[in-house]
Structures are given as structure tokens and as C-alpha cells.
Design a protein around this ligand. Structure first.
Ligand SMILES: [Zn+2]
Length: 318
């Protein structure tokens, strides 16, 4: 009886907390996991590496309805969570700079973003739902042959990269031409990484890629080769290396967070449905913001999972 009473008091307290937070249903848990979604082609027909424009739009609607909010990968790495209480960050990534990710249309002398390309869909969705957040990282291939050479519109490639950077998106390193880094010696690996950045800087001067997505998900013999160094007259430095699979990522407050091995979820119907259902069934596994960028809120039972640097300060245990 006594135990039951205590339990119901805890439950009442939890409900009160949530209602005070104005969040709806989810209690804050900043040790929960975060989905980093991985898109390839946005085009027709739907296939293993292709999401149709309509399905991509539906993904955004589903995420929005389930209280997910977009953040950039850089914000995740910086632990800059300026989200309303009760919402969950989600990161979008686009690999291989295929044409359907970002296309310009020329009509009657005007140039506009194709509303059926991923950037067009993202921009429209952000206008309609300003509280959804904004952002995505594009892992481009500046040295690939068509159709993956910087979205495959040579006249607009500079305009596109500049647009991304000036509109809150990130450009990531995916090597020069999608090299399988496990096959090459150090000098080739470093040249592939550095030269991709050199090419991006031809269009966006001084831009430094902050993260790298591994082509084919294959690590080089020594991961430090892609993390920092100099080659081809430029120096590069990456804070995170992204894999092609692995599920939802640990919270950056968690001891299991490893930015050099960041897992992603392939954004195809089956994988997305699996993870959305997983978090619906296990809401306690999901990162839920406390609405305060200066505090870290975690359930008491999980306090031991916090990285050492967060154990002392700023932690609100609920
Ligand atoms: Zn790729």
C-alpha cells in the first residue's frame, strides 16, 4: 500500500512537472537518443536509396506531429538545444549531392528552387511551420562525375552551396569522389578529404566542413587521418564522423556518445517506421528537451549515464 502511494505521488509529481513545462505529454529526458536521418536521392520512384518528394514531405509532417524538431548536427555536437520543452531534436543529412536534393528551375527568365527538390520541400515546410526548426547537412561530392557532381547543375553549383550556407544549412565532407577510404593509404585518404574542402571553398571561401560522412560507411585504417590534418594546401578538422547505419544516436550528454562513430538511420519507409514506432512505444528512450538551454534534465535512474563533465553542474534530476 505504502509503495503504491509513493508511486502515485511520483506519478502526480511527474504529471505536474510536464504541465508546468507546457509540453503536452513527454517528460524531459536529455539522456535519451536522437535520430540522425540519412537521405540519399529525393526522386522517383521510391527505392532503396530513393525517397519520393511526397514521401519526404510526409516524413517532415510525421516528425512534426510527433513533436520532433529540426536541429543542425553542429548544434547537437555543441549541445545547443534551444527547443521547447517536451520536444525531441532530429537531424537530417543528405548524402551524395544528387540532383533531386537541390534543383533550380528556370521559368520565364526567373530562377527558383524546385519545390519538389528536398531543399524546396524543406523551405516550404519551414515557412508553414516556423516552430519546426530549420537545418540539414549536405554531404556533397565536388569531384564526382554526373549526376552526383554538386547536384548536377554546373551553372548553379556555386549559387547552391552559397544558398545552403547562408540559409542555415551545413555542408559536410563526403570525400572528393566517394572514395572507399578502407582501400587507400594515408596520403590518398587525406587528399580525398582535403580536396573536397578545397572544392567547396572555391564556391564558399573559407568554409570549413565540420563533419565527415564515410562513403560506403567504410573507415580508413586509422580514423585520425580524416579527423585533422593538412593536404592539398588546406588544413581540415572534423568533430564527428558519421556511419551509414547503427540506429538512433546516444545523447551528447551520455557516456556512450562517441562523435567519431555517430550512427545514422536510413530514411526509408521500413527503417523510419521502425524507429518512430520504437520511440512511440518507449518514450523514455527518446531525448526530450527541458526547454532550458542552460540546464541538463535527466531521470534520477539514469544519472550514472551522464558524462563526467556534466555530473557536477547544471543537472536537474527529476
Ligand atoms: Zn555516399
Amino acid at each position: 500500500m505504502k509503495l503504491l502511494l509513493v508511486l502515485s505521488l511520483i506519478l502526480a509529481a511527474a504529471l505536474l512537472f510536464v504541465s508546468f513545462a507546457g509540453a503536452g505529454e513527454l517528460a524531459p529526458n536529455e539522456l535519451g537518443r536522437i535520430m540522425i536521418l540519412e537521405y540519399h536521392k529525393v526522386d522517383y520512384p521510391e527505392a532503396t536509396w530513393t525517397r519520393t518528394p511526397e514521401n519526404f514531405r510526409r516524413d517532415l509532417e510525421t516528425l512534426y506531429a510527433k513533436a520532433y524538431r529540426l536541429i543542425n548536427l553542429g548544434d547537437l555536437l555543441d549541445r545547443r538545444f534551444t527547443l521547447p520543452a517536451g520536444t525531441t531534436p532530429v537531424v537530417l543529412t543528405f548524402d551524395d549531392s544528387s540532383p533531386g536534393q537541390f534543383r533550380y528551375l528556370e521559368q520565364n527568365g526567373n530562377v527558383e528552387i524546385d519545390p519538389k527538390s528536398a531543399v524546396g520541400i524543406l523551405e516550404a515546410f519551414a515557412r508553414e511551420h516556423p516552430d519546426f526548426g530549420h537545418g540539414a547537412t549536405f554531404y556533397v561530392l565536388p569531384g564526382a562525375n554526373p549526376p552526383n557532381h554538386l547536384f548536377n547543375q554546373p551553372a548553379y553549383e556555386g549559387k547552391k552551396l552559397q544558398y545552403l550556407v547562408s540559409h542555415g544549412y551545413e555542408i559536410g565532407n563526403h570525400t572528393l569522389w566517394h572514395a572507399n577510404l578502407g582501400k587507400y593509404p594515408e596520403a590518398t585518404v587525406r587528399a580525398q578529404v582535403a580536396e573536397a574542402q578545397v572544392w567547396i571553398q572555391r564556391h564558399v571561401p573559407d568554409y570549413k566542413t565540420r563533419t565527415l560522412a564515410l562513403p560506403h560507411g567504410v573507415y580508413p585504417a586509422d580514423v585520425s587521418w580524416v579527423l585533422r590534418g593538412s593536404a592539398k594546401g588546406t588544413s581540415y578538422s572534423h568533430d564527428a564522423v558519421l556511419m551509414v547505419a547503427g540506429g538512433a544516436a546516444p545523447s551528447p550528454y551520455s557516456r556512450s556518445f562517441d562523435p567519431v562513430h555517430l550512427p545514422r538511420i536510413q530514411a526509408v519507409e521500413r527503417e523510419l517506421a521502425y524507429w518512430l514506432t520504437y520511440f512511440d512505444k518507449h518514450p523514455g528512450e527518446r531525448f526530450v528537451s527541458d526547454g532550458d538551454a542552460n540546464t541538463v534534465t535527466v531521470p534520477t535512474s539514469r544519472r550514472g549515464q551522464l558524462r563526467a563533465e556534466f555530473r557536477v553542474q547544471q543537472v536537474v534530476v527529476r
